[in-house]
Design a protein around this ligand. Sequence first.
Ligand SMILES: [Zn+2]
Length: 241
Amino acid sequence: MPTVLVYFEDTYKFTDKAHIEYVANDERGYYCVLDSTVFYPQGGGQPSDIGTIEAKGVQLPITFVSFVDGYVRHYGDLSSVSLEKGEEVSLYVDEARRMQNAKAHTAGHLMYTIVESLDKNLVAVKGYHFPDGCYVEFQGIPSFENTETFIDKINIKISEALNKGSSVEASLITPEELAVRWSNTPNNLPPEKPLRVVAINNLHPTPCGGTHLKSLNELKSVVVTKVKRQKGNLKISYKFE
Ligand SMILES: [Zn+2]
């Protein structure tokens, strides 16, 4: 059975119980797979959670988490205790890091949604929401002429959005529902199966499996710092608090 992804339901749930499925190793080292997890595995431009798993009263540090073919792998030094299938363990996600990642990621959604609304030629294609420098890359020929003016425009729109403090909604939704609820639907959605999408207020929803804040109220600021061409794409860097 693929791992149940509890972090989908609630970004703010940092602890949970789960059961061991198996322990194995790959080129990264030893990892355990559970029946469910609150740990976010690295992907979608967002770093993995870290934390601890407690088994038989022993704290096991989890230093990296990945997602492979439906299964979440929790890596760390698991050697101090033997983990058997079905054993109940307690999960503790590093709260500060989770929230920092959720902030970075949500700030990225806000920024690119505003950029796409200001310049209809630009389409966000890649996000990088790591602490060493967040950015989003866009495809398309920009229609703006002056970069500094464009940055100012984006930052004004971002401030307005933050002042409104719109809610951020992540939900499972069918493409038909998408089309009804929002007119500006991305046209590259898979046709049948329900999709997890995130939307900020009524701004267009994007398929996404990351962890998000509930509201823009939790962001003090999001500021675009740099816009430059890179390998044919437009790279827009931002910082946030
Ligand atoms: Zn997202």
